[in-house]
Design a protein. Structure first.
Length: 258
């Protein structure tokens, strides 16, 4: 099942497929050892296999026990790739895997890190991990708040290793935040509750790319959408696209009380 889903996902990820077609013969990552910590999903499996096609040696662990797709992890493991991920891992096993992955990262030349490793643990340098990999590791950050924390750490001289800001790339901000949330919000609500959204009142806090996607999604289901500002210093000023149905913008307290 995992292999079939990976084949379907490859059709939805033309960028990685283009990289394979262009560079697979040259093996530009030959000799690179990549220890990754990212959601072990079908899409991540496509990324892992792309790294392999480009010549890298890969070890992978999941950063979130709830997002792991066991069929994806099984398909990667079937290829002989070390992968530490299973859905619903308990805390002791998570700690064990993270310790093992941290030890592995000391021997790896590159770190594809979502949250914890290679000198970042809750946005703070980890002295026991950073020195062995400083200069070789390249952690990446793909969430808005995390990127701000990294810049703050850099300004204070606390950033232990070079970091890559993935969050501000157009492909991430649009596909993950705007288009992704437009689909995943409704999907999550339907899976968790099964209730009808039409006729409900939905409050969207903030109107960035995530807020825009969520508001468009809920409006398309027939909900009454209220958009609020996130902070007093940065009031929300949405510019709604042409629509026959009205939408409202108001302070958060007013939206909640109404």
């Amino acid at each position: 099942m995992g292999r079939k889903e990976i084949q379907l996902a490859e059709k939805e990820m033309p960028g990685l497929m283009a990289l394979r077609a262009k560079y697979a013969a040259k093996k530009p990552l030959s000799g690179a050892h990549i220890a990754g910590c990212l959601h072990m999903t079908i899409e991540t499996a496509v990324l892992i296999e792309t790294l392999l096609e480009l010549g890298a040696q890969v070890t992978w662990s999941s950063c979130n026990k709830f997002s792991t797709q066991d069929q994806a992890a099984a398909a990667i493991a079937a290829r002989g790739i070390p992968v530490y991920a299973w859905k619903g891992e308990d805390r002791p096993r998570v700690r064990l895997v993270h310790r093992a992955d941290a030890r592995l990262s000391r021997r790896k030349s590159v770190g594809a890190d979502h949250r914890r490793r290679r000198g970042l643990d809750g946005h703070r340098p980890r002295a026991e991990v950073s020195p062995p990999v400083a200069g070789n590791s390249r952690p990446s950050r793909r969430d808005h708040t995390g990127v701000h924390r990294l810049y703050q750490m850099h300004e204070r001289g606390e950033l232990a290793v070079p970091a890559i800001n993935v969050n501000d790339s157009v492909t991430k901000s649009k596909f993950d935040n705007l288009y992704g949330c437009r689909e995943s919000l409704a999907d999550g609500i339907k899976r968790a509750t099964g209730v009808m959204v039409a006729g409900k009142v939905v409050v969207i806090c903030g109107y960035g790319d995530v807020g825009k996607g969520c508001a468009q999604s809920m409006r398309s289901y027939g909900a009454r959408v209220l958009v609020t500002e996130m902070t007093r210093s940065a009031p929300c000023k949405p510019r709604w696209k042409a629509t026959k149905s009205p939408r409202w913008t108001m302070p958060r307290r007013e939206a909640i009380s109404s």
